[in-house]
Design a protein around this ligand. Structure first.
Ligand code: SAM
Ligand code: SF4
Ligand code: SF4
Length: 334
């Protein structure tokens, strides 16, 4: 049964955060001043088990979800993560995908493919080690992420998508080298406007480099033309190089809000259902699961939450909304 919210948006896409932990400390996501050695991550007992994630996923799919993206935190730091892929890959009619920082793909790409994963998105913000390391803040080198992408491609997890968060004053100089490099590789590079997720990254509107400027910059060297979306509600605007050599994506979450078509729900590592990336509060599905709720009862709760959904944060974003309390991205997943 398809669910429709108060703004007539169906539920189609579910992002599941499998852990709030990560081996990086990206300054725009888990700044080390907040996520330092004393930070309390979720205790193991608080995190949904693979069985719980799979059971909930089946209930969501019965409600019309067609795509599940596993995210975090860094999904691959979760123990036996390919085991979860194997469980989810057995659900019919489901497009299953993963977003990762790529650091552990050399070790796990083959196991992920064998478990049934079809494709992967890898985040990389720059090809310049100085800039990349200033963004990941754990001295992690570009070459190792590229190795991870190669391992994924060799394992058959392509065509690979690459996510690049652009921060004005930090990574503009990386835009053209990234575009040239991934065009040659045949990977789809997606530029993401830096967002005011959570309350810890010190976001300012001045730090956002609008997608319109990125397009101008790339188009001046490698002419571009727009493409139709692959499906209704696709987050990234699609552009193709006019010479036919590849495509890029533009995620203008700040300057061109796409709430009108937003069909995404998020499930946090501790089993809370969020109806917006900028939500203040989640709905506790873990409590229901562990209190012995039936699939029908879980289904009814999901329907109740989605039916009254009215979120459209990006459309109403202003200097006044920045200070609103929000859940951290590493908690509910990007
Ligand atoms: N650790 C994995 C990774 O980095 O790919 C998965 C989780 S991460 C939260 C998911 C995506 O969110 C990444 O592509 C990351 O670059 C992006 N992201 C994190 N913080 C962001 C921010 N403040 N603005 C825009 N994108 C952000
Ligand atoms: Fe970790 Fe991904 Fe957040 Fe970076 S963006 S800190 S890799 S969860
Ligand atoms: Fe969807 Fe919320 Fe983002 Fe708007 S702000 S696109 S409703 S997640």
């Amino acid at each position: 049964m398809t669910l429709i919210d108060t703004l007539n948006r169906p539920l189609r896409d579910l992002r599941i955060s499998v852990t709030d932990r990560c081996n990086f400390r990206c300054v725009y996501c888990m700044p080390r001043e907040i996520f330092g050695p004393d930070h309390q991550f979720l205790h193991r007992d608080k995190i949904l088990t693979f069985e719980e994630i799979t059971r909930l996923s089946r209930v969501f799919v019965a409600h019309g979800v067609r795509k599940i993206r596993l995210t975090g935190g860094e999904p691959l730091v979760r123990k036996d993560f390919p085991g979860l892929i194997a469980m989810l890959a057995s659900i019919p009619d489901l497009d299953l995908t993963l977003t990762t920082n790529g650091s552990m793909l050399p070790k796990f790409a083959g196991a992920l493919k064998d478990a049934g994963l079809k494709r992967v998105t890898v985040s990389l913000d720059s090809l310049d080690n100085k800039i990349f390391k200033s963004m990941n803040d754990v001295d992690f080198p570009v070459e190792k992420v590229l190795e991870g992408m190669d391992a994924a491609a060799e394992a058959g997890l392509g065509p690979i998508k690459v996510n690049m968060v652009v921060k004005r004053g930090v990574s503009e100089s990386s835009i053209l080298p990234m575009a040239r490099f991934f065009r040659e590789k045949g990977y789809i590079l997606r530029f993401i406007e830096y967002m005011d997720v959570g309350n810890s990254n010190g976001w300012r509107m001045d730090d956002v480099l609008p997608v319109s400027e990125i397009l101008k910059m790339i188009g001046a060297e490698m002419p571009l033309e727009p493409l139709d979306p692959n499906y209704h509600g696709e987050v990234a605007g699609r552009w193709r190089y006019k010479d036919g050599r590849g495509e890029i994506g533009m995620i203008a979450s700040v300057t061109q809000a796409f709430c009108r078509d937003c069909n995404r729900a998020r499930l946090s590592a501790e089993g809370k259902l969020y109806t917006c990336l900028f939500a203040i509060k989640g709905h506790d599905l873990r409590a229901l699961l562990r209190d012995g709720a039936s699939d029908d009862e879980l289904s009814q709760e999901i329907a109740r939450v989605w039916n009254k959904r009215a979120d459209r944060y990006s459309e109403i974003r202003s200097e006044n909304t920045i200070a609103l309390p929000k859940v951290e991205m590493s908690h509910i997943g990007g």
